[in-house]
Structures are given as structure tokens and as C-alpha cells.
Design a protein around this ligand. Structure first.
Ligand code: ZN
Length: 190
């Protein structure tokens, strides 16, 4: 039997000096974890082997998250975050990989397309300039992990409508479902 594809789920924040975005009593770190747990359950049901960089509210530093990746050597690292901006009008979802062609590009493309399909009413902030919809950035966890690594910004907590949307358990389940379907598609076409 083929080995299970191993996914390391990284619910972004909190870290000691970085609690994550907080707006109107809504903590990014909490939403990230709620979606992460749902994603892990769905991945397990779909035959993946899932792990987490954290499964409770205690702070985990970025270098510890990367260290867990080095130790566990997953096939894919996926970090979940919510965004924040000074202007409340900004909204939408984004998927990031590290800069250049990376092992995560195919998975990131699957996730980007599935999020767009699943949430037609939300805007997807794509960067198509390099031929795929994900954005590229030098995030610590993307630059320092060794496996395919991607980061999903699930929406802006600074936008009131998107904040309400993200705190809804139905939304959290739907985001987890969309990511899970995308990762099944990615796994089955590797
Ligand atoms: Zn974040």
C-alpha cells in the first residue's frame, strides 16, 4: 500500500511577541486554529496523515514551527492565517508560496482555484503575472521549511463583513472543505 501523504498544518499565531491580528475581540489565532482542526479532521478522513504545529492556544515561535517541519519531514506544510490592513475596505483571500518556482506551486494552484470556486462572492486576490494564481512572499515559515510550503490568508479581520464571515463556523468548515478537496486533487495528480 502506498504511504499516506503527510500534511503539516500550521495554525498561524500566537507567538510570544506576535499574537496575530485582533479586531473587535476577534483573534486571528483562534480562527486559524478552528479552521486548522477542521482541516485536519477532513484530511484524516480523506486518507492523509495530518499533524499540527499547535493544537491549543499556547504560543509557538516561528522557529519552533519550522523545527517541527524539519523533524517530521511532511510532504506539504500549510500555514493558515487571517489578514489585517489599516483600511477596513480591503478584503479577499490570498494564497502564498515562497519566491520562484517551488514544489508548492501545484498545491497552491489547486487551493487557489478551489477557494475561488467555493467562494464566488468573496474576492480572490490573485497574482497571475507569473502564470499561476498564488502570490509569492518571503514569509519566515515559507523560506525556512524544506518541504513544499504554502500559506493561506483566509480573509481580512479588519473588514467588518469578512470578519463576521470568518467567525461563522459554517465558513470555517467550508474553507477547510475547500482546502481539503484541493489537496486531494493535488495528491491524486502528483
Ligand atoms: Zn497571521
Amino acid at each position: 500500500m502506498k504511504n499516506k501523504t503527510r500534511i503539516l498544518i500550521d495554525p498561524g499565531h500566537p507567538a510570544k511577541d506576535n499574537p496575530g491580528a485582533i479586531h473587535e475581540g476577534v483573534f486571528e489565532a483562534d480562527i486559524n486554529l478552528q479552521v486548522a482542526i477542521r482541516l485536519g479532521d477532513k484530511l484524516a478522513a480523506a486518507g492523509f496523515a495530518e499533524r499540527y504545529t499547535r493544537k491549543d492556544s499556547l504560543p509557538v515561535e516561528l522557529y519552533d514551527r519550522v523545527h517541527i517541519e524539519h523533524l517530521t519531514k511532511p510532504d506539504l506544510f500549510i500555514s493558515l492565517h487571517c489578514n489585517s490592513f489599516s483600511s477596513p475596505g480591503v478584503h479577499g483571500l490570498e494564497v502564498f508560496t515562497s519566491v520562484g518556482q517551488t514544489a508548492a506551486d501545484q498545491a497552491a494552484t489547486c487551493v487557489s482555484k478551489c477557494l475561488q470556486r467555493s467562494f464566488p462572492a468573496s474576492s480572490f486576490r490573485a497574482d497571475l503575472s507569473d502564470g499561476d494564481p498564488d502570490k509569492e512572499a518571503h514569509f519566515y515559515v515559507l523560506d525556512n521549511t524544506r518541504c513544499a510550503a504554502m500559506l493561506v490568508e483566509m480573509g481580512f479581520l479588519s473588514n467588518p463583513a469578512e470578519r463576521a464571515w470568518l467567525t461563522d463556523p459554517e465558513t470555517q468548515d467550508a474553507i477547510a472543505e475547500a482546502i481539503c478537496i484541493a489537496l486531494i486533487e493535488w495528491r491524486d495528480n502528483r
